[in-house]
Design a protein around this ligand. Sequence first.
Ligand SMILES: Cc1cc2nc3c(=O)[nH]c(=O)nc-3n(C[C@H](O)[C@H](O)[C@H](O)COP(=O)(O)OP(=O)(O)OC[C@H]3O[C@@H](n4cnc5c(N)ncnc54)[C@H](O)[C@@H]3O)c2cc1C
Length: 404
Amino acid sequence: MDFSLSPDTPAIAAFRKEVQEWLQENMRGAEHLRWSGIWSTRENEEEYRFRRELARKLGEKGWLFPMFPVQYGGGGLTVDHQLVLETEIGRHGLNLNSVFYTLARLVAPAILKWGSEEQKREFLPPMLRGEVSVWQVLTEPQGGSDVATCRTKALRDGDHYVVNGQKIMVGYHHPPDFLWALVCTDPSGPRHENLSWLYIPGNSAGITIQPMHLMMGIKNSVFFDNVRVPAFNLVGGENNGWKVANTYLELEHGGGGNVTEDPLVVRLVRYCQRTQGDGKTLMEDQSIRDIIADTLIELDVVRLFALRNFWCRYVREPHPYGGVQYIYHQRVVRLRNAERLQRILGYDALVTDLSVHEQADFEYAVRSGPGWLHGGGTLDTDRLIFARRLGLGRPTGEAAPTTV
Ligand SMILES: Cc1cc2nc3c(=O)[nH]c(=O)nc-3n(C[C@H](O)[C@H](O)[C@H](O)COP(=O)(O)OP(=O)(O)OC[C@H]3O[C@@H](n4cnc5c(N)ncnc54)[C@H](O)[C@@H]3O)c2cc1C
């Protein structure tokens, strides 16, 4: 498989120039922002506002979701345009995936694949134009990894569903415009045949959001108390939610890939070149150079997995186990890098002092290493999916779901 990037054609080169100029203009005023890795704290409000505004401006041009159909607010562009946008915004330290704090990146493809024409016309444009923030709400107190045990009930009452239950570990520090929620629509039905997805307006009566201050930032519990949701907002068919979940979770588990690079190594090298210890720079220490080399090699492997998956998604050839292979490896490497940073920085790795962390959120990278082992599943669920896709212990392997 050849997924190497070919040189720009004249048309793509012209597009790249347009994007570069546009970004130069629209990134003005962000020079002092560090693009914190901490995705959800109340301390980086200025950064949050900048990102949201940038997402709106990208969305207006169809550049936030470049390959989505124009009629739903996308750019109607090709994979080459998408690559240009991703790599050029990457040069500014951001990526299209996380321009602003929303999970629309995962929700929009699920709605595009499973929604009715009316639902696509109603729900997608505000999402694709970067106007709304969407939380994904799957995890419940009784069973995080085991998503299918969902107990949040949504029972039909005329033209509405009435939702009752609780989700945990969801969202960010700003309230959501919408909740993309996995619900149980048939409490006595068989496992995997009793679930559905609701796209719930965040300001619906009966929703209470309670922040959880976790090691990695802010997450929330969401309580649903007789929340009435229009039946129109059920996406993918009643009790068909497990199939929708397969599309959705494949993307969450890395099936969509990525083309941006983790800036950790560049920042670490810069830090070690400037910082002195015992009269020499850290970079002059052979043992530190060895640690940096290990970091570089492993991040490069993660990058190649991500690039391969990006490619497979856009040529519509889902890799059987590529998504989960990438996310598993990424989790393990994040943990190892957390340990490596501690070895290089010593106690400085544990403080948030800006004189140490001027270059990057090293402290956050250390703190979040273990946390990322749990997020959109765990190492164990990754291993389970990996085994099923390979067909280990079963007569045939499970196919990877197609995503859009
Ligand atoms: C940073 C972060 C962001 C998150 N964001 C969201 C979000 O936006 N929306 C959302 O809905 N959720 C979110 N979550 C929740 C996340 O999806 C869950 O934490 C995850 O699915 C694991 O569930 P749990 O924490 O309840 O662990 P548990 O399911 O209780 O698992 C505990 C341990 O037991 C292991 N285990 C469980 N079952 C098995 C089994 N059958 N076989 C072997 N081992 C097993 C697990 O691997 C784990 O090590 C987030 C979590 C984190 C950390």
